[in-house]
Ligand binder design. Structure first.
Ligand code: ATP
Length: 327
């Protein structure tokens, strides 16, 4: 198999803090190995439109500390059909790009995998999403920063919850996985953590809040993962609690997109750097159709098919810890 001389890099799907650090690491690992590198703007859309720019070790200076992605990210319907992917392939050929590194989530890896097989084109994935919802890796880029953002926000909410004896419902991102809710909930000292996989049910929630009140707690924080359907939505859940526990004054905060932005944490910068270097190393070993991952603090690569499939599991030990320390 011919090893690549010129590597393209793009960011796709939702942005995540640390994506810039990953792009920077890819570009610098290319420079280190005397390979050329090309940035593709706006994910697969830019691939189809030929929106490419040559990058070098200096064009990625002052990037490691910046949130978002300077290459921009996008979702792209045209990449779902063969005609769009053919245009993308033609553009890569014309620019003499002979391998591609895709930084994104499982949707982006599904696209990269189809493309890699269709054109026998070397592709490597780097997991970048705040949701930490990808199989085959303990962590994704952006997750640690998002956790810290959420904990910081809940700390502030706790000040006002305490001052007014209120119950705060705080909705956090994380899709179905609930990793942000569970870990930030423990880190911020939440009374209850509602995540779709646990399916707690309204009765148990009311029991638990009642117990909290009786045990002398005067304010409470309940972290609710987006996608949790215990109420139809978080506002209805708040109404339900107020109706059934009138002694509680309930307030709702939806943290929303502040969780996506911000300066990447040191952990995310290091992880992104390791993934970027690892991805170029993997291409130089002749690997393709794999995603970089971190398992027990070791950088590994696994087939896209493993990363894309099914649900990642929830950590029972964390659930137990959350239960015990919220007594
Ligand atoms: P996030 O987890 O942040 O949403 P993601 O990578 O999962 O990130 P998606 O919107 O699911 O985000 O996918 C990104 C893009 O990948 C899509 O807009 C589409 O262009 C491409 N894509 C997804 N699935 C496929 C597929 N089966 N075939 C071809 N392309 C795909």
């Amino acid at each position: 198999m011919k090893l690549p001389n010129k590597i393209g890099v793009l960011t796709s799907g939702g942005d995540a803090p640390g994506m810039n650090a990953a792009i920077r690491a890819v570009v610098r690992a290319c420079a280190y190995n005397n390979l050329e590198s090309v940035g593709v703007y706006r994910g697969f859309q830019g691939l189809i439109e030929g929106d490419f720019k040559e990058l070098n070790a200096r064009t990625v200076k002052n990037m490691i500390n910046r949130g978002g992605t300077f290459l921009k990210s996008a979702r792209c319907k045209d990449f779902l059909n063969a005609e769009g992917r053919r245009k993308a392939f033609d553009n890569l050929k014309r620019e003499n790009v002979d391998a591609l590194i895709v930084i994104g989530g499982d949707g982006s890896f599904a696209g990269a995998s189809v493309f890699g097989k269709e054109f026998n084109f070397p592709v490597i994935g780097i997991p970048g999403t705040i949701d930490n919802d990808i199989n085959g890796t303990d962590y994704t880029i952006g997750y640690d920063t998002a956790l810290n953002t959420v904990v910081d926000a809940i700390d502030k909410i706790r000040d006002t919850a305490n001052s007014h004896n209120r119950l705060f419902l705080v909705e956090v991102m994380g899709r179905g996985s609930g990793d942000i809710a569970l870990n930030a909930g423990i880190g911020a000292g939440a009374e209850e953590i509602l995540i779709p996989k646990l399916n707690m049910g309204l009765e148990r929630l009311l029991d638990s809040l009642n117990r909290s009140k009786k045990s002398g707690k005067t304010s409470s924080i309940v972290v609710v993962s987006e996608g949790e359907k215990i109420g139809e939505n978080i506002l209805e859940l708040a109404e339900y609690i107020e109706k059934n526990l009138p002694e509680y004054e309930v307030r709702v905060t939806v943290l929303g997109h502040i969780q996506r932005g911000g300066v990447p944490s040191c952990y995310d910068r290091v992880l992104a750097s390791r993934f970027g270097v690892g991805a170029v190393d993997a291409l130089l070993r002749g690997e393709t159709n794999v995603m970089m991952g971190i398992i027990h603090n070791r950088i590994i690569s696994i087939p896209f098919s493993e990363a894309i499939k099914g649900d990642n599991t929830i950590d029972e030990e964390l659930i137990r810890v959350a239960d015990i320390i919220s007594i």
